[in-house]
Design a protein around this ligand. Structure first.
Ligand SMILES: [Zn+2]
Length: 291
């Protein structure tokens, strides 16, 4: 009895002395795998891997791992990054085109943006998820409910088959304000084929290519305004119209997720949106039917 009474203050001391125990995280992408595990650098500027890589597809929805508040949404060394504060710890997400703003409150599992491509630490499209307490990097996998559900891919082994390169996905997050098909044009009043899908998004939103290819056109093209067209394999092309600015040149090779421009309202357009087209042998097809 006496021993039990002594244990109570001891346990209380232990509980109070240890840092706040973080709640488990939910997975930020649907694919519950880690391609490259945590391998913290031995010094602050040393080589290492400050987070885990989770494979995904360009355009895939990225979700907050826990309840918190957006502390940062912008570029770090050229890479689109979101940081969420969870009271004592932070989660970081790269490369992600944010759909949240600094100060926004988020819940666990809430969409915060879309996965971009070309993260330097990944061999193919992946999300780099980081976990920070103060300036110290911690292993995110300790909080992710793994239950044996993730597989580690041997870094020296065969490269796994890449997932679908985003064909059939929209390049940016946002409501489809006009689908592919016959319609009365809002500017000209003429009934004709709407040869792409309109996605509503704020002007300035970065627009990533949905798949790797070569830039065939980057400049003004009639009613399409400022347009980038990317030629992919097999006679398939995608184009991105009404852009406010263009960040690639004709002839340039782009990867899935390379930002080709920013949403604007150039050409025949009534407001900030992306007109996204998919062409097969030069003929427009419904981008959303390409799944
Ligand atoms: Zn359109």
């Amino acid at each position: 009895m006496r021993r039990a009474l002594l244990l109570v203050p001891l346990l209380l001391t232990l509980v109070l002395a240890s840092p706040a125990v973080a709640a488990p995280w939910t997975w930020p992408l649907g694919d519950h795998t880690i391609e490259r595990p945590f391998d913290p650098p031995s010094s602050e500027y040393g080589a290492g891997h400050r987070g885990v890589d989770i494979p995904g597809r360009v355009g895939q929805t990225v979700r907050a791992v826990a309840v918190g508040r957006v502390a940062f949404a912008g570029r770090v060394a050229g890479i689109w990054t979101i940081t969420i504060e969870h009271g004592g710890e932070r989660s970081t997400y790269q490369p992600v085109a944010p759909s949240v703003r600094v100060g926004d409150a988020v819940t666990a599992g809430q969409p915060i943006g879309r996965l971009l491509g070309d993260h330097p630490s990944c061999r193919r499209t992946c999300l780099n998820l980081g976990r920070l307490r103060g300036d110290e990097y911690l292993d995110p996998a300790d909080l992710l409910a793994t239950a044996g559900a993730y597989r580690l891919i041997d870094p020296d082994g065969e490269v796994p088959e890449p997932p679908d390169v985003g064909m059939g996905d929209l390049p940016i997050d946002g409501p489809v304000t006009s689908a592919f098909g016959m319609r009365v044009h809002p500017v000209t009043g003429v009934r004709k084929l709407h040869d792409g899908v309109d996605v509503g998004a704020p002007c300035g939103t970065p627009v990533p290519a949905v798949a790797a290819g070569e830039v065939g056109h980057a400049g003004f093209r009639g009613g399409y305004g400022l347009q980038v067209q990317v030629e992919h394999a097999g006679g398939v092309a995608t184009s991105y119209s009404h852009l406010g600015s263009v960040t690639v040149r004709p002839g340039q090779r782009v990867g899935a997720g390379t930002v080709v421009g920013r949403v604007g309202s150039t050409g025949y357009s009534t407001g900030c949106h992306l007109h996204f087209m998919r062409l097969v042998d030069g003929r427009p097809v419904d981008p959303l039917a390409a799944r």
